[in-house]
Write a protein that binds this ligand. Structure first.
Ligand code: MV4
Length: 660
């Protein structure tokens, strides 16, 4: 076994690998870029080595720097995590040449699976079910059209070098086909410097189900069942689970056997994943093989009881797989949600900044894989994932209930995040029914995510909890010493819970530390686990436990539960009556300003002060997440004042210029 390994990655996956290595008695080396000098993976490793400045291309993607780090620290092997160099055959080869073990597949297996046309041919030859289609070179759009008609519409055009949906088009007829063929080809050429595309039957409303495999260096390959990852947003996985609510034992066994056959065909060693799409009739088709440890591997670990990183390390050290297919038992259910620093209310743009508060939920059957700590910074340079939240249960329903509650308890301030969106996904009846497909998010949130509104039942829960909270606040205020004689607070029993223009009168009575709240003629008993300063609290309402997040807001507060945030005030009846007479504050007119729609760097200004502008004219360019975003004039006008300069770091909604 190795005595020291290096982790060529950052964030949660670097921390995850370090954790297992430590348990195995292996020393660990972290590598870091300048912005990561104080990152969690650096703190948790036994030693750390700087490999360059912030941009990945100058640090985490530098093969030479990583090999130098191994040499300097004496690391015998490298775990690549996911992303970065994890699927670069060239990296595996370079390590081998340097006498360092790559904790992953062989360079040959990575190369064979790196190209979609080649891997599909390989899969077909290994007896794996593939989508009907054409794998030859296509000369022009006339030939493409002939092929598409042969296959039968709808078809999908895919780039051989593609990934993440790039260079991919659906066509339902000849016109769309010709157009899509040209578009896919030119996108493939500019994105991957490889314009080869292929055409296959389009599978409508598929599920994405993948099989985890493990192979050793002695020809043994087993599979560890499936993960269902159908809940995606723009090719970004959002929720994953194991097992799939859709597969029966026979389909699982058939998919598993094919995944093993494919892995054997390339003498696969290490952990790998064979991706399939599955149609509504449970026909399944190979899509691609990922030759790395995947983000969502924890759900497989929980239903199999295995540690995949440990397996990868043992395999890389030359050990024979300690288990055979018959030893693999799937037990219970596991779910994973990915917590991102992003703003779901603004089209999921990344939200960077400091994690002013970070309190993940703790408890049995909850696993949080994170690479951050309270006070850490989420930067523009890397993936904005904050953590992976994993829950398990004996049944799918139990795992979902635990996840919903864990999301309610996950407390993050300082950056925006998608926890409310995740809670809303899990709250959908269709999710609970397991009726998943890759179109789930587009169909369930057709207008995007606007923050959930609470169903009637939850609304009642919020009102009752708010009333009890206000009573608790009043009790604390009444206890404050130094009040003038005769001015000691008297706590009334009648209150009005104001949510927007809606006023809900309540009567509140203390009862042995609990409260009895009377709302619309019904009494509710509330046990409140809250004191001032507590941001996450539990309430027991008529015997049912609910978790809320609490935040003061002006003279009122905000309660968050299950993806919905409600602003409210609890006032004495007289104050509530006056509130209705208060003038409503007007929102400021922002149309006079060009605001940065995202956090980023101002890299271009196309206009000058005093310049007349026409609708659609480019005004400024903001770079964010390696993409240049051109901001254009929404109407004709004139530039009055320029308020930012090139090179400025812009916050979201920061003013770039003023119109006259
Ligand atoms: C497909 C498909 C339907 N029919 N191929 C998307 C990413 C790439 N790896 C393959 N993808 C798809 N290929 C055929 N013949 C639908 C998708 C697809 C998809 C697949 C898995 C997970 C999410 C997806 C979202 C949109 C489209």
């Amino acid at each position: 076994m190795f005595s020291k390994i290096l982790i060529a990655n950052r964030g949660e996956i670097a921390c995850r690998v370090i954790r297992t290595a430590r348990r195995m008695g292996i020393r660990t080396v972290a590598v870091y870029s300048d912005v990561d000098a104080d990152a969690l993976h650096v703190r948790e490793a036994d030693e750390a080595f700087r490999i360059g400045p912030a941009p990945s291309a100058e640090s985490y993607l530098r093969i030479d720097r990583i090999i130098e780090a191994c040499r300097r620290t004496g690391a015998e092997a490298v775990h690549p995590g996911y992303g970065f160099l994890s699927e670069k055959a060239e990296f595996a080869t370079a390590l081998e040449d340097a006498g360092i073990v790559f904790i992953g597949p062989t360079a040959a297996a990575m190369a064979a699976m790196g190209d979609k046309i080649a891997s599909k041919k390989l899969a077909k030859a290994a007896g794996v079910s593939t989508v009907p289609g054409h794998l030859g070179i296509i000369a022009d759009d006339t030939e493409a059209q002939r092929i598409a008609r042969d296959i039968g519409y709808p078809v999908m055009i895919k780039a051989s070098a593609g990934g993440g949906g790039k260079g991919m088009r659906v066509a339902h007829d000849d016109t769309a086909l010709r157009e899509g063929f040209r578009a896919a080809r030119s996108e493939a050429k500019s994105s991957f410097a490889d314009d080869r595309v292929f055409i296959e039957k389009y599978i409508e409303q598929p599920r994405h189900i993948e099989i985890q495999v493990l192979g050793d260096a002695h020809g043994n390959v087993i599979h560890l069942g499936e993960r269902e990852c159908s809940i995606q947003r723009r090719h970004q996985k959002v929720v994953e689970e194991a097992p799939s609510p859709f597969l029966d034992a026979a389909t699982r066994a058939a998919m598993g056997a094919q995944a093993v056959a494919l892995a054997k065909a390339v003498a696969y060693r290490s952990a790998g994943t064979v991706e399939f799409i599955v149609d509504r009739n449970k026909n399944f088709y190979f899509l691609e093989m990922n030759t790395r440890l995947q983000v969502e591997h924890p759900v497989t670990e929980w239903v199999t009881g295995l540690d995949l990183v440990e397996q990868m390390i043992r395999i890389a050290a030359g050990e024979t797989l300690a288990l055979q297919q018959k030893d693999v038992k799937l037990e219970g259910w596991a779910l994973e949600t990915r917590i991102y620093a992003e703003d779901p209310l603004r089209g999921f743009l990344p939200s960077i900044g400091r994690l002013v508060r970070y309190q993940p939920p703790l408890g049995d059957d909850i696993r949080v894989d994170a690479g951050v700590f309270e006070g850490a910074e989420i930067s523009l340079h890397y993936d904005p994932m904050i953590a992976k939240l994993v829950t398990r249960g004996d049944t799918r329903a139990a795992a979902i209930a635990r996840m919903s509650d864990a999301l309610d308890r996950f407390y993050i301030r300082g950056v925006l995040h998608n926890i409310g969106f995740l809670a809303a996904v899990l709250g959908k009846q269709r999710f609970r029914d397991g009726a998943l497909s890759t179109d789930f998010i587009a169909e369930e949130f057709p207008a995007g995510f606007g923050g959930e509104s609470l169903p009637a039942l939850a609304q009642e829960t919020v009102i009752v909890t708010a009333a009890a909270l206000q009573r608790r606040i009043a009790e604390h205020e009444a206890r404050i010493s130094g009040q003038l004689p005769g001015h000691g607070a008297v706590i009334g029993s009648d209150w009005v819970v104001c949510i927007g223009a809606k006023h809900h009168p309540v009567a509140v009575a203390p009862a042995n530390g609990d409260y009895v709240i009377s709302l619309a003629g019904t009494n509710h008993r509330v046990t409140l686990d809250w004191r001032p300063g507590k941001a996450v609290f539990g309430a027991m309402i008529d015997g049912r436990g609910v978790t809320f997040q609490y935040e003061r807001e002006g003279t009122g507060f905000r309660l968050t539960h299950s993806g919905a945030t409600i602003s409210l005030r609890v006032l004495p009846p007289r104050a509530a009556a006056l509130l209705a007479l208060m003038p409503v504050k007007q929102a400021p007119d922002l149309s006079r300003f060009l605001l940065s729609p995202m956090p980023g760097l101002l890299v271009g200004l196309a206009v000058a002060e005093g310049q007349e502008i026409k609708t659609g004219e480019a005004l400024a360019t903001v770079e964010a997440m390696k993409m240049e975003n051109v901001l254009r004039a929404e109407r004709d006008g004139k530039v009055a004042k320029i308020r930012a300069k090139i090179g400025d770091s812009l916050a979201v909604d920061e003013v770039i210029l003023e119109f006259a």
